[in-house]
Design a protein around this ligand. Structure first.
Ligand SMILES: Cc1ncc(COP(=O)(O)O)c(C=O)c1O
Length: 430
C-alpha cells in the first residue's frame, strides 16, 4: 500500500495522520515499510539514506544484527516481568560506569517522563519550587517545561513574557518557570535561592544543533552551586552520542542530575534519571518522591540498551567524528561554491545546516535562519534518496554503519539539490 493511501486512512484515525507532530510535513509524510543499516524503505519503494535516524537513538543504524539477536532472545524469555531482574541492574551499572556524575539511576519510559521526574525530585530535594529553563530547549511534553520566551523582553518571571508551547498548559503551572536565553551568562544573575533546578540541554538539539560556549556551562555550574539549586543536564540527545560520558564529559562540567533516553534504549522506549546518591535516594520506595511505571526497566529495553552501550568506545566515537566531519565539510564547500550563506553546526555525529549569514548560537539566531530554504533542501534531497529530518529545528545524525559510499552519494545528491534550489529561485546567493 502506498503512502498517499495510508495517509488518507491515517488522517481519519490518527490526529494529523501521525503519532508525533514533526512526522507530518508538506505535502504529506511518507510511510516507512522497513529500515536496515543506514537506509529506510518507503511504502512507495524508495530507499533513502537516513540522517534522521528516528531523531537520535540509532547510533548503530537500523536493526543491527547484534541487537536483533539480543532482543529476540529476551522476548523468548519474557517481555515484561513486573519484578526486578538482572539486566536492569547491569544497565544501571553500565550507566554509572560511563557517567561519573551519576551514581544511581531510575529507568522510566521516555525522556519526557525522566524530565518530569527530575523537576519533582529537585523540588523535593531543595524544598523550593521555581525552575529555570532555556529558550529553545525541549525536555519532552512536560507542562512546566513546555514554554519559551515570548520575545527578547526581560520580563519572563512569574509567567509573564512566556509563551506556552501548547494549549492546555495552565498559566499557574508556568508561574514558577523562568526562561532565560541560552549562551547568555549575564542573564543568570536572576537565579537565586528560590530556584530548585536549572535544567538545560548542555548542547541544544531542539533549535537545530546549537553549541554551548564552555564558559556558559561553567557559569551554570557556578551559579547553581552558589545558590544551592540543582543543575540538571538533559542529555536525552547527547548522552552516549557525543561521548560515552555525554556532553558533560566533552565539556568537563558536572551536573547534579542527568536525564537520559534515546541511545540508552538501543532503539526501544526508554528514559532515565540519574545523579548523586543523596538526591536519588529520595525516590520511592527508598524515599517519598513518587515515581512508578508498569514498563519501567522492562527487560527488552534494558537488553537492547546493554547491547548498544557495551559496543560504544573511543574508537567508535572517533570514526563517527571523522565520517561526519567529511560529510559536513562537503556540505560547507558545496554551499560556499554556490554562494549561499550558511552555517553548518556540528558536534561529533550531530549536525544541522542553517541558511544564515550569522553564527547560530541561541534560539533567536536559529529562528532568524531561512527555514524555507531548509524545507526546500529537505524536499530536493528526499526526491534524490536522502532523508534529513523535515524540520530545520531538529538535528541530523550519523550512524556507525553509514559507509564512505553513503557519504559520497549524499554529497553528490546534496550538490544536485542545491543546484535545484538555486534554479527554483528560493535562495538569494552572494
Ligand atoms: C533534549 C530532549 N529531552 C527530552 C526529550 C523527550 O524525550 P522523549 O521523546 O523520549 O519523551 C527529547 C526528545 O526529542 C529531547 O530531544
Amino acid at each position: 500500500m502506498k503512502s498517499p493511501e495510508l495517509f488518507a486512512r491515517a488522517s481519519s484515525v490518527l490526529p494529523g495522520g501521525v503519532n508525533s507532530p514533526v512526522r507530518r510535513f508538506s505535502p504529506m509524510p511518507f510511510y516507512t515499510s522497513l529500515a536496515k543499516g543506514s537506509k529506510i524503505l518507503t511504502e512507495d519503494g524508495a530507499w533513502l539514506i537516513d540522517y534522521c535516524l528516528a531523531y537520535g537513538p540509532l547510533i548503530f543504524g537500523h536493526a543491527p544484527e547484534f541487537l536483533v539477536e539480543a532482543v529476540s532472545e529476551q522476548i523468548k524469555e519474557g517481555s515484561v516481568y513486573g519484578t526486578p531482574h538482572k539486566s536492569e541492574v547491569e544497565l544501571a551499572e553500565e550507566v554509572v560506569r560511563s557517567i561519573p556524575s551519576v551514581s544511581m539511576v531510575r529507568f522510566v519510559n521516555s525522556g519526557g517522563e525522566a524530565a518530569m521526574n527530575a523537576v519533582r525530585l529537585a523540588r523535593a530535594f531543595t524544598g523550593r519550587v521555581k525552575i529555570v529553563k532555556f529558550d529553545g530547549c525541549y525536555h519532552g511534553a512536560v507542562d512546566p517545561l513546555l514554554v519559551d520566551r515570548a520575545g527578547d523582553a526581560d520580563g519572563n518571571v512569574n509567567g509573564i513574557g512566556l509563551i506556552p508551547l501548547s494549549r492546555g498548559v495552565p498559566p499557574n503551572v508556568l508561574k514558577d518557570t523562568i526562561v532565560l536565553p541560552f549562551n547568555n551568562i549575564d542573564s543568570l544573575n536572576i537565579v537565586n535561592e528560590e530556584v530548585a533546578a536549572v535544567i538545560v540541554e548542555p548542547v541544544m538539539g531542539n533549535a537545530g544543533l546549537v553549541l554551548p560556549e564552555r564558559e556558559f556551562l561553567r557559569a551554570l555550574r557556578e551559579v547553581c552551586t552558589s545558590v544551592g539549586a540543582l543543575l540538571v543536564f538533559d542529555e536525552v540527545i547527547t548522552g552516549f552520542r557525543v561521548l560515552k560520558g555525554g556532553a558533560q564529559q566533552f565539556y568537563g562540567v558536572s551536573p547534579d542530575l542527568t536525564i537520559l533516553g534515546k541511545i540508552l534504549g538501543g532503539g526501544f522506549p526508554i528514559g532515565a534519571l540519574g545523579g548523586k546518591k543523596e538526591i536519588m535516594e529520595l525516590i520511592a520506595p527508598c524515599g517519598n518522591v513518587f515515581n512508578a511505571g508498569t514498563f519501567n526497566g522492562n527487560p527488552v529495553s534494558m537488553v537492547a540498551g546493554l547491547s548498544v552501550l557495551r559496543r560504544l568506545n573511543d574508537v567508535v566515537y572517533s570514526a563517527l567524528d571523522s565520517a561526519t566531519g567529511r560529510l559536513c565539510t562537503g556540505f560547507e564547500e558545496i554551499l560556499e561554491d554556490a554562494g549561499i550563506p550558511s552555517q553548518v553546526n556540528r558536534l561529533g555525529s550531530i549536525f544541522t545546516v542553517f541558511f544564515s549569514e550569522r553564527q547560530v548560537r541561541d534560539k533567536n539566531t536559529a529562528k532568524a535562519s531561512r527555514s524555507e530554504v531548509f524545507s526546500a533542501l529537505h524536499r530536493e534531497l528526499m526526491a534524490r534518496g536522502v532523508f534529513f529530518p523535515p524540520s530545520q529545528f531538529e538535528c541530523c545524525f550519523m550512524s556507525v554503519v553509514h559507509t564512505d559510499e553513503d557519504v559520497s552519494n549524499t554529497l553528490e545528491k546534496f550538490s544536485l539539490a542545491v543546484e535545484a534550489i538555486k534554479r527554483g529561485g528560493i535562495v538569494q546567493c552572494l
